[in-house]
Design a protein around this ligand. Structure first.
Ligand code: SF4
Length: 256
């Protein structure tokens, strides 16, 4: 039987980290480990990736969003997309604003860039010699997150099949975190503060975790205020408010 080629989608959090380590522990082949770098990661995440590479001996492929070739900017790709990208009206092609602004539950433009970069990379992998198709794209949904499968599960195609190893093995989120801790992966304590450790500035994270970010990671919170300042005043919607309004609210709570 041809060898299965697993490609690990690594967010860098506890679930995908545990998935990678468990695949290796079970002796399953891992053809590639792919991480999409938004540039909005916690600094601890970059340290974690290095620790993971040293532990596994594998090189993690870092993908980044591609910008149009004529763009010259000092900003990181996501910062440019967030605040400077010309956004055109559908149909007319007329530029009606600069910047995609903060994502929200309905318009998660950021995840679209992630998905597209990953698909392009998977397609490129299929052209490598000695790769057996289909590739198995391993996604780190935990056994208690089956609700996340939704439409995702149906998006297989002829060259790539999605696989959910933690669900196959019945590994819950708590199991995954305990497993990582046991192997020395602790993200410098981030999981003591946050339930997820994706983009520090994600507007989709719970309000309480934003409060925690302001209190314990003030440099990142200040970065969010700077990011907000790049947007015109009428396009600063973050959740149902703005970052500066949240800043004032959290500050007031602290003196109560
Ligand atoms: S974590 Fe939030 S901001 Fe980051 S890519 Fe995902 S939805 Fe976008």
């Amino acid at each position: 039987m041809a060898q299965r080629h697993n490609v690990v989608s690594l967010s860098g959090g506890k679930d995908s980290t545990a998935m990678l380590l468990m695949l290796l522990e079970r002796g399953e082949p891992v053809a590639d480990v792919v991480f999409f770098d938004t540039g909005w990661e916690f600094p601890e995440m970059y340290e974690h990736l290095e620790q993971l590479e040293a532990f596994t001996g594998l090189k993690i492929t870092r993908l980044r969003p591609r910008l149009p070739v004529d763009v010259e900017t000092d900003k990181s790709p996501f910062d440019w997309l967030f605040s400077d990208m010309p956004v055109t009206r559908r149909g007319s092609g007329e530029i009606h604003m600069l910047g995609r602004q903060w994502p929200n539950a309905k318009i998660r433009w950021c995840t679209g860039y992630k998905r597209d970069a990953l698909h392009a990379h998977l397609l490129a992998l299929t052209h490598r010699q000695n790769v057996t198709l289909p590739l198995y794209q391993c996604v780190g949904f935990a056994a208690d997150e089956q609700y996340r499968l939704g439409k995702n599960a149906k998006r297989d195609n002829s060259y790539c099949v999605k696989r959910y190893p933690l669900i196959e093995w019945g590994v819950t989120e708590a199991d995954a975190l305990a497993y990582c801790y046991k192997r020395g992966f602790a993200w410098n304590g981030l999981y003591r503060f946050f339930s997820r450790v994706s983009c520090f500035c994600c507007p989709l994270q719970p309000l309480d975790e934003l409060r925690t970010l302001r209190r314990h990671f003030s440099d990142l919170w200040q970065r969010m205020l700077v990011m907000e300042s790049w947007l015109p005043e009428n396009r600063r919607r973050f959740k149902d408010t703005t970052v500066s309004a949240l800043d004032a609210r959290f500050a007031a709570e602290e003196v109560e």
